[in-house]
Ligand binder design. Structure first.
Ligand SMILES: [Zn+2]
Ligand SMILES: [Zn+2]
Length: 204
């Protein structure tokens, strides 16, 4: 990193640590991944004048995802961020104006190379944090130029549809319903329920 970049990195890391709650390898990776992603898709001011141009898809819900939110300002609640539960330390940065998109993966080699970049640090975890700060981007990440088509039902704006589940009566927005034997259903009724109702109401 050049001097200006190092200052920017330290500033962004400080913000992401405050947002996330602690300094960890994930914060360093997430901040550096975001800086690279923004640069590749040509976005300079993600929280200001470019804020409507950026969309990020994250593939893991771990520490680095907080750093990506902190640096880019992208949020699930603003639909500028989307989550694919793939369990892979990767994220795709998309410039919605130009369609330029890059998927960035934390390289597997970076783990084993931490030793090489910070041999003086004994504690493995602290060694990783430091090594990820100084490692060149090429060692830290694998980058792919990609094409992504984001469905309109994943983008900001008013819901594009709203239908009622024929089983439970709850309303489902933006095409997330399922169809089974001609019946329109919410995902819970369609077999993806993640909870079991113990009693209706608060059961005080
Ligand atoms: Zn963490
Ligand atoms: Zn339902």
């Amino acid at each position: 990193m050049r001097t200006g970049e190092i200052e920017q990195f330290e500033q962004l890391l400080e913000e992401s640590v405050a947002f996330h709650g602690h300094l960890c390898a994930g914060q360093v990776i997430g901040v550096r991944m975001s800086m690279l992603g923004l640069r590749l898709v040509g976005i300079a001011d993600p929280k200001g004048r470019d804020r409507k141009k950026l969309h990020v898809i994250v593939e893991i819900d771990r520490c680095a995802t907080d750093a990506i939110q902190s640096v880019t300002g992208c949020r699930f609640g603003k639909r500028s961020m989307n989550f694919k539960d793939f369990g892979i330390m990767a994220a795709t940065f998309i410039n919605l104006e130009t369609s330029r998109a890059f998927r960035i993966l934390a390289s597997e080699d970076s783990r084993s190379m931490a030793q090489h970049y910070a041999p003086e640090i004994v504690d493995r975890y602290r060694q990783q944090v430091h090594a990820y700060k100084v490692m060149p981007e090429e060692a830290l990440f694998v980058v792919q130029k990609v094409e992504v088509s984001i469905p309109a039902t994943n983008l900001p704006g008013r819901p594009l549809s709203r239908v009622r589940c024929e089983m439970c009566g709850e309303w489902v927005q933006d095409g997330r319903e399922l169809k089974d034997s001609g019946k329109t259903m919410c995902r819970s009724c369609g077999g993806q329920r993640y909870y079991r109702i113990v009693s209706p109401g608060t059961d005080k």
